[in-house]
Structures are given as C-alpha cells and as structure tokens.
Design a protein around this ligand. Structure first.
Ligand code: APR
Ligand code: PHB
Length: 392
C-alpha cells in the first residue's frame, strides 16, 4: 500500500492531522495498535483552548462540540479559605470550551469514517523504516499478516509509549523529564457540577479540582499518594477528602453520588528534542507530556498538529520544503512555554511534602499572582493558550 502521509496512532493528534490534511487533498493512512472502543475508553481532560476548537472545526468535526460544549469565561483558584476568579474573557478576550477529549476523539473518528479515510486498527509490530531517505516505509502485522505502507512522510502520533520516538536515532534524541512525587485520583459521577466553572484548590491536605463534562456529569480530582490504590478510595472517602479541601460554601453545596469511573494517574513533565528526524515527525504525547494541572495535554498536541498541517500543506502545495526543517523549532518554542505553565500550576497548587516554608511561599505566590492585574493576566493568557507560532 502507498500513501502520502503515514500516521501512527489514532488518538486525537493522529485523527486531527489526518482530517486537516484530507481537506487539503493530502492522502493519509492511520495505523493504530488498539481497537476504536479501547481508544474511546480512555478518559482524559476536557478543557479546549480556542485554537484547538478552531482547528477541530477546520477539520470538519466541530458540529457536536459547538452544540454540546460549554464555553467558560473564567475559572477560580482557591487557597487560604478564599476563592479568586480569573476572568479569562476580560483579561484576554478569549474563552475555553469544556468538552471531553473522548468526545473530540469520537467526533474525529466519525468524520474520518464519513470521508472514507483509511484507519487500520489493531495492528501489531509497527516498525518505521528509511525515514532518513526520501522513501520512508512502515511495516506492520494485521490479522497475522505482514504488510507494508510506503509514504512520503511519517507522523508519529502514537503517544508517550509509542514506537515512533523509540525509532529515533539515540544519539540525536535528547529528553528532559520531571516526575512528581504524587498522583491524581479522579472520579466521574452523574451529579450536577458543584460550580459552573472550574475550581482549582490549594489546600494543606493537597490539591482538589472541580471540573465537569455536562450539566449532570461531574469530574473531580484530589491529589493522592503514588502508593495509593483505587481500592483504597471508597466513594465516601473520596467525597470526604474532596470537601475537606474546598472552601466551605463549595463543600456544603456539593451533590455527591456513586463514582461511575475512578482512576489514579501519575504526573510527569517530559520533552523530547528534536521533533523531526529526516521524514519522521513526532506529534503530541509522542514528544511531550505535561502534568494535568492547567489541562494543556490535548491543546499542546493540537498546536503541534497545527504546525505540521501547515508545514506539510505548504510543502505539497507551494513547494516550500524548507519549512519542514522548521517544524521542530516552531513546536518547541510553544511547548516549553506550556511546560513552564503546567509545571508552575502544579508547583503552586499541590502539597509538596512537609515544608512549612515552601507552603507559605506557595500562598504568597498565589496571593501575588491573583492580586495583581499583571499576575492575573499572566495566568489567563497561558490558560486560554498562547498564540500559535506562524508557519512561514
Ligand atoms: N502503533 C500504533 N499505534 C500506537 C502504537 C504503535 N506502536 N503505540 C501507541 N499507539 C496508539 C495508542 O493506542 C493511542 O491510541 O497511539 C495513540 C496515541 O494517542 P494518545 O496517547 O491519546 O496521544 P495523542 O493523540 O498525542 O493525544 C494527546 O492525549 O494523552 C493525552 O493528555 C494527552 O490530551 C493529550 C492527548
Ligand atoms: C478535567 O476536566 O478532566 C480536567 C480539567 C482541568 C484540568 C485537568 C483535568 O486541569
């Protein structure tokens, strides 16, 4: 089989890239290790930057998001028993849209199907070959049979554990990492959200976050120990801990109910450099991870997709192959800023061990940032998403 761009991975990065390229008449084939149901079974963050929203619309997958997504003009930070609202709209002129990543993936899968794009699910032993030449190939096994895909370019959209980054020459790949000594325990419950906007709480017992998926579906998180198991957390213990970490008025108006999903996730910051190796490009989680504080994961993947989409479009349509070499630099400039913001949000909102000095500094930092226009603007412009780097 032959295509123009071979895409490894049918997560949001791979699907979004495929549909944007399709609209430009550029052919793609997606190879995915898991089944569609498995991919849709993953629950992840749900806050979309305006740039991400616009890109999903451009890919032709925005109809349900525009109907069902909730536009948020602000969010709150709670600390020292009080709540400070960050007015995103007033401070930046922009908003964010709350719409689950699972739904984004589902919508993209549907348009992929409707437009006749080829996605091959449940492939095994994907291997990337010859991407340092002008004839890259991908080999894989489907239904027990060996197959080969010839292409012009390979987009490695296969997440943190994928094969693409591992295929890069070791001596050319540099990685940067920070692992945090705590996790997030998240639950989904069929209850009305306690607040119509997100609340991130710094508390001496640890972080709490109130988020939502819809008017009757809440998503809540508490910081937990990495040694904790989901079984250690009964629903009752979870609700008790969540309420203890929130301002009193919020805690008393909280509607609780059975958890329909409960999971623990570790927190990590990670960046791989560069993001291009010959004709192979790393995109999204394959190249970088952020801790969930600030909800930048999917948005950062979308900004890589934006860059690769425009680089490839201009290479195919305008012969601008010089731009291919700029991909990595253009992406990394924005990625490091989002890494910084996610790291900062993580470091001011979590309990970082028994450190009374550090705790006072956190509170001073939160008070300073929320108490000045400059500080609030800094938080707001990062939260709604920094501008995309121009591809030119
Ligand atoms: N071959 C084919 N597919 C693979 C392989 C492989 N060897 N390894 C992994 N995959 C698939 C995974 O099964 C997954 O469906 O690649 C896909 C990668 O998807 P994601 O992990 O969702 O990564 P990405 O599309 O970049 O999305 C980034 O997802 O992890 C969140 O917080 C992150 O929100 C961000 C978003
Ligand atoms: C979520 O709704 O799952 C969510 C929201 C904001 C975050 C992280 C997760 O920062």
């Amino acid at each position: 089989m032959k295509t123009q761009v071979a895409i490894i991975g049918a997560g949001p990065s791979g699907l979004l890239l495929a549909q944007l390229l399709h609209r430009q008449g550029i052919e793609t084939v997606i190879l995915e290790a898991k089944s569609p149901e498995y991919v849709l079974g993953r629950i992840r963050a749900g806050v979309l930057e305006q740039g991400t929203v616009e890109l999903i619309r451009e890919a032709g997958a925005g109809a349900r998001m525009d109907r069902e997504g909730h536009v948020h003009e602000g969010f709150s930070l709670s600390f020292s028993g009080r709540r400070e609202r960050i007015n995103l709209k007033e401070l930046t002129g922009k908003t964010v849209t709350v719409y689950g990543q699972t739904e984004v993936t589902r919508d993209l899968m549907e348009v992929r199907k409707a437009t006749g794009g080829i996605s091959i699910y449940e492939v095994q032993d994907v291997q990337l070959h010859d991407f340092d030449t002008d004839k890259p190939r991908v080999t894989y096994i489907k239904d027990g049979e060996q197959a080969e895909l010839e292409c012009d370019y390979i987009a490695g959209c296969d997440g943190f554990h994928g094969v693409s980054r591992k295929s890069a020459p070791r001596d050319k790949l540099k990685t940067f990492e920070r692992v945090y000594p705590f996790g997030w325990l998240g639950i989904l419950s069929r209850t009305p959200p306690v607040s119509h906007e997100l609340i991130y709480a710094n508390h001496e017992r640890g972080l709490a976050l109130c988020s939502m998926r819809s008017d009757n579906l809440s998503r809540y998180y508490v910081q937990c120990s990495l040694d904790d198991k989901v079984e250690d957390w009964s629903d009752e213990r979870f609700w008790g801990e969540l309420k203890a970490r929130l301002p009193e008025d919020v805690a008393t108006s909280m509607v609780t109910g059975p958890a329909i999903e409960k999971s623990i996730a570790p927190l990590r910051s990670f960046v791989a450099e560069p993001m291009k190796f010959g004709r192979m490009f790393l995109v999204g989680d394959a190249a970088h991870i952020v801790p969930p504080t600030g909800a930048k994961g999917l948005n950062l993947a979308a900004s890589d997709v934006y860059t690769l989409y425009h680089v490839l479009r201009k290479a195919y349509r305008e012969g601008r192959i010089d731009l291919l070499d700029k991909y990595s630099e253009l992406c990394l400039r924005r990625i490091w800023k989002a890494e910084r913001f996610s790291w900062w949000m993580t470091s001011v909102l979590h309990k970082l061990g028994e450190d009374p000095f550090g705790q006072r500094i956190q509170l001073a930092e939160l008070e300073y940032y929320t108490g000045t226009l400059a500080g609030r603007t800094t938080i707001a412009e990062n939260y709604v998403g920094l501008p995309y780097e121009k591809v030119e």
